[in-house]
Design a protein around this ligand. Sequence first.
Ligand code: TRP
Length: 498
Amino acid sequence: MDTVSINHRGQWSTRMAFILAAVGSAIGLGNIWKFPYIVGMYGGGAFILVYLVFILIIGMPVMMTEIMLGRRGRQNPVGTMQTLAMQAGQSAAWRYVGWFGMVAGFLILSYYSVVAGEVMAYVFRAGSGAFDNQTADGIRAILTDFVSEPEKLLAWHTIFMVLTTVVVARGVRLGLERTVRWLMPALFILLVILVGYAMSLKGFGQAVNFLFEPDFDKLFYLQDAHGKFVLDEAGQRVFTWTPVMVAMGHSFFTLSLGMGAIMVYGSYLGREASISRVTLAIVAADTLVAILAGLAIFPLVFTADLAPAQGPDLIFLTLPLAFGTMPGGSLFGMLFFLLLLFAAWSSAISLMEPAVAWLSENRSKRFDRAAAASWIGVIIWLLGIISVFATSGTTLRDVFESVAGWFGIEDARFTGKFFSLNLFNIIDFATANIMLPLGGLAMIIFAAWVMRRESIQAELAAERTFVLTLWRILIRYVTPLAIVFVFLYRLVPHPSSA
Ligand code: TRP
């Protein structure tokens, strides 16, 4: 049990409770929905390899840093950054790192909730036997029908935001801990069963090759949905850096880093816990679940002869196929989507927590926790409406054309790639691949060069010397350079190659 008690703020009852909550935050749609679809889009094994390298050299050190900062500051991320900066005699403007993170959290949760809503709808679809003996085309028709009705998506998004807000309003102990205690083991077991089923399929071998045989051409050269290389006018393959950016962004996203979620969880962690050990436990669990999800989903893709690059629809197209053919599939499918929903829920809670902690700990004391949670819940719900429409197919072109229409301009033409972008994709890309890495970069620069040495030493007293040294070298040199390199290399013009 923790011995340090900190005024009125909540604290985890045990170190295990912290680990569970952080794992609950880390494991979510990122592992089971997003990871498989980006692996499918960006070429499989090589992408996974790069992602794993980023987990090691970026994810782990950033996570240690965030927990350390949070536990030292003992406040919401805005207050923590400001207090620690002032203790070091530096500008209070460091608090904007906290602000930036809160904005990222709002944006992420706004679309995360829409996807979680789809998952919720699929609990019922699976349970009602809608997938039984369906063909791949039948399953696609079910999805198309569902997403073409924005009011349904909106209803599910609303329910999910209410659920999330209720738990956050109840606070750390009551709300967060209980939800995750039994959930993670159950999800894990179901995932293992699903992998077992996938192993019996004829596409399993192909999936294993796809996931574990790195082919760097597939990472660096643009492909179409079927994995064929795209050629330019000169017949050359087209170089792309996007997959590397996505791999880096996902190493932040999947571990809930760069926006203050893990920082605020760290602020509820007792002093005696070793930060490197809890980091290792969280990262190991998160990575294992992502790989298992890949092993469950890609055999279905190859067995049904689907293209791996289906994008965000991937799990909604493949998992129902499995549930439709396996014995007891409707019950099992219902359970699986239900657990995925819970996993998304425990992640969503952590996306909201920094802002709610900030608003309720604010000097003005105008909001108690419940009021703070409600206001923030409403704002995120409103933002989510953008993703509702984007999911049902509204693009920027549609938005611009209707705006032009309001001004009486009927024949405006918005051509070009930019306008066919979907706002859902833009929000996802900008938050995960740009905002989170920038937030994480600011945090490690702060810990490496700004914060007082004695503060860090006091916080990391339980660490072994070599771990400390390694962490220090990483956050001073390796991690920031890696992040900056990934950003800058995108701006370098690249020749195509045959
Ligand atoms: N890590 C979660 C997932 O993989 C999503 C998430 C929760 C998150 N909290 C976060 C992402 C904070 C970025 C920042 O589904």
